[in-house]
Structures are given as C-alpha cells and as structure tokens.
Design a protein around this ligand. Structure first.
Ligand SMILES: Nc1ncnc2c1ncn2[C@@H]1O[C@H](COP(=O)(O)OP(=O)(O)O)[C@@H](O)[C@H]1O
Ligand SMILES: [Mg+2]
Length: 243
C-alpha cells in the first residue's frame, strides 16, 4: 500500500460563525501534499489563504469534509493528540515574526523545546544552535531579538519553527513586512530547508515570492482555482500519449 499523503483535504468547507452570523469562507477544497514538497498558496487578500493554512496546521478546524493528516482523520483526534501534533509535527512562521523582544535569539529558538515531549533537555541547546546556524545567524545568537533587522528576526522565527524538526513548516506571508532584499534572504532560508527535505507550505500574494516553490496553488473566493501540479501531470500524461 502506498504511504499516505502528508496532507489530504477532501471536500473541505469552512464557515465562521459569530453571534449567529455564518460566514462561509472555504468551499470544497481538495488538496494533497506529500512529504518534501514546497507549495505556495497565492490569492488576493480575503480569499481564505490564512484560514486554509490554519486548518491544515491545526490552529482551527474545518466545518465540513475531511482532513487526513498522514492518513489519520483529524476530527477524530483528542485534545491530547492535537496538543502533541502542535508541539511536535507542525510549526508556523508569521508575518509579524512574534519573537519575544527582551530575549536573546538563542532563548527564542529554545522556546518550543521547553515543553517538547520527546527532545531531551540535554539536546536542547545543541538543536537550537544548529537551527540558528542553518539560517546563518550564529554570530547573532546572544543578541536580543529587538537588536535585529526585520529580515534577521524572520530568520530567527524560521529557526524557531525548524528546531523541533516538524513534519511541515507553514509560513503565512513571511516576507510581507520586509524590504525586498530581506525578503529574498528569508525565501533563500526557506528554500534551503526544502532542499534538505523539509516540507514547506507558504502563503503569499506576491508572485515572485510564490515562485520559490515548486508548486503553486491559486485560491480565489475560497476555492482552489488552479494547481500547477495539475499542469505538470497533464504534460507528463501528454508525453505518455505521444509514445
Ligand atoms: N474569525 C473570523 N470570523 C469571521 N470571518 C473571518 C474570520 N477570520 C477570517 N474571516 C473572513 O474569512 C475570509 C478569509 O480570510 P483569510 O483566510 O484571513 O484570507 P486571506 O488570508 O486570504 O487574506 C475573509 O472574508 C475574512 O473576513
Ligand atoms: Mg492571510
């Protein structure tokens, strides 16, 4: 039997409900993502990109359809299972970095390890230093995060996302608050993680940022309207027919 896709959303819908007002946001999302992929989700503001990412990353739940994570239906997971998945299997990088300001780079990156259920205390510092090295900030590890540029802060956020060795890193508009040179450095950091086998799902509304990924999804008004991997499969299918 082939291994399950890392992420498998089937006929997934999402509505928000506030004070009896129901706002439908995602419609019939069908999406499979395999381990090792680098996928960009593009679309205009308000199209549902963050909502989709939050569902896939266990920060929110869908309201209809199925979401299988490594073959397991997520609606059946207990609160304990979810807490464990959030701590060990997924990580987020946000537009606003969300670092602790009067805290060093090393301490920020150590944070996700403090409550980690399996990484031993004796390994924490080694793992954190390795993650900081991977984003090219070893010489800044004892700086306060408030002493860094925006691009450096975002690379610290990437190191913090990476330190638990998650199955997937979600990045929601990670370059949205950066000048273009810093944005390029952040995208290079994400790209090199993907080259090392990490699965990355990136939300952006910038085409040049999206193009760092091997696969681009377009979302509009809560629907996936194109997936570049369909195009790749069509070309491959076409070649087969020509043989
Ligand atoms: N908590 C919420 N309650 C109600 N509506 C929401 C909530 N969060 C987002 N929305 C709505 O869902 C739609 C999609 O939002 P979002 O996923 O943030 O889009 P994007 O990330 O593409 O800009 C928007 O119309 C937004 O107003
Ligand atoms: Mg968003």
């Amino acid at each position: 039997m082939p291994a399950s896709a890392l992420i498998d959303a089937r006929n997934l819908f999402k509505s928000y409900e506030n004070d009896g007002v129901v706002t439908p946001v995602l419609f019939d999302i069908n999406l499979k993502i395999d381990r090792g992929e680098f996928v960009s989700i593009m679309g205009p503001s308000g199209s549902g990109k963050s909502t989709l990412m939050h569902i896939l990353g266990f920060l929110d739940t869908h309201t209809q359809g199925q979401y299988l994570f490594q073959g397991q239906p997520t609606l059946q997971l207990t609160d304990d299972d979810l807490a464990r998945i959030r701590a060990t299997r997924v990580s987020f990088v946000f537009q606003m970095f969300n670092l602790l300001p009067r805290t060093t780079v090393l301490e920020n990156v150590l944070l996700p390890l403090l409550y980690h259920p399996t990484i031993p205390v004796s390994k924490r510092e080694e793992y954190a230093k390795k993650a900081i090295e991977l984003v090219g900030l070893s010489d800044r590890k004892d700086f306060l995060s408030s002493q860094l540029s925006g691009g450096q802060k975002q690379r610290v956020a990437i190191a913090r996302a990476l330190v638990t060795n998650p199955d997937v890193i979600f990045a929601d508009e990670p370059t949205g608050n950066l000048d273009s040179a810093s944005g390029v450095a952040v995208m290079q950091a994400l790209q090199s993680l993907n080259d090392q086998g990490h699965t990355i799902i990136l939300v952006t509304h910038e085409r040049t940022t999206a193009e760092h990924a091997k696969r681009i999804l377009q979302i509009k008004d809560g629907c996936i309207v194109s997936d570049s991997s369909d195009f790749t499969r069509q070309i491959a299918g076409g070649k087969d027919r020509l043989k």
